[in-house]
Write a protein that binds this ligand. Structure first.
Ligand SMILES: [Zn+2]
Length: 246
């Protein structure tokens, strides 16, 4: 919404409440011509909707007044006519029923802040609104569908069975670089999770290349603790796990 003011003939100023587009159907020598005006100021204090001859001329149109008629032309083409009524020239437009803009259910739904379809149906049924084209019933609004969509539930039970014994399967992942360094200067950490027991071991690293050294540390610790050997190490196959030493 833009504000401001416009000067009237009396030099008084009137407030501009908004600015937008206006569409209507012109009557040019009896036939309908759709017309769209842009940059239209909404001035609540004005008793009339005024069209500026100056603006039309500056857009390249020609405006002529003759025999109680005003003609707006673009080159040889007549784009609009107006008839003199008292001291004013009134634009010739098609009658109300012809020029009424047919609003679809979807448009009304959007204008009413995406109100539910039953609400709109009852408005139409009770003649609260008119001129609505309800042919495209039932209404399915993409924005509402997306807005109400939910994520499918993450299963509480894991789908694969747990490893039978400690160190049969170990999951490992590297995280980093982190934005803030640790006190020791590390920006990465590596995790080792035993699938059977969920035992987690975490080491910090200054560099990704320390991954193998940390694995060796983990392997020694885990094998001493459990008396078993690491059988499978499962990773995301990140570069740090694919070095030949691994
Ligand atoms: Zn909607």
């Amino acid at each position: 919404m833009q504000s401001g003011s416009v000067e009237m003939g009396t030099k008084a100023r009137a407030n501009v409440a908004g600015r937008g587009e206006v569409e209507f159907m012109l009557n040019v020598n009896g036939s309908p011509h759709p017309c769209k005006l842009s940059n239209v100021l909404h001035v609540p204090d004005f008793g009339y909707s005024l069209l500026s001859v100056c603006q039309m001329v500056s857009k390249g149109l020609q405006v002529s007044f003759e025999n109680e008629k005003c003609r707006v032309t673009a080159g040889p083409t007549v784009v609009a006519t107006a008839s003199q009524v008292g001291d004013l020239y009134i634009l010739d437009v098609m009658n109300e029923s012809f020029s009424a803009h047919v609003v679809t259910l979807q448009t009304l739904h959007e204008r009413m802040a995406h109100v539910n379809v039953q609400g709109i149906a009852s408005m139409i049924h009770n003649n609260v609104v008119s001129g609505i084209n309800s042919d495209n019933h039932p209404l399915i609004c993409p924005a509402c569908v997306f807005g109400k969509a939910t994520r499918s539930v993450i299963p509480k039970q894991r789908s694969s069975s747990r490893a039978k014994n400690c160190l049969d399967l170990v999951h490992s992942d590297v995280c980093g670089p982190l934005e803030v360094q640790s006190i020791g200067g590390s920006r990465y950490f590596i995790t080792f999770v035993d699938d059977h027991s969920n035992w987690v071991v975490v080491y910090t690293m200054r560099n990704k290349s320390e991954a193998f050294a940390k694995y060796k540390l983990y392997e020694k610790l885990a094998q001493t603790h459990t008396g078993r050997k690491v059988k499978v190490l499962r990773t995301d196959r990140g570069g740090e796990y694919l070095w030949t030493e691994f």
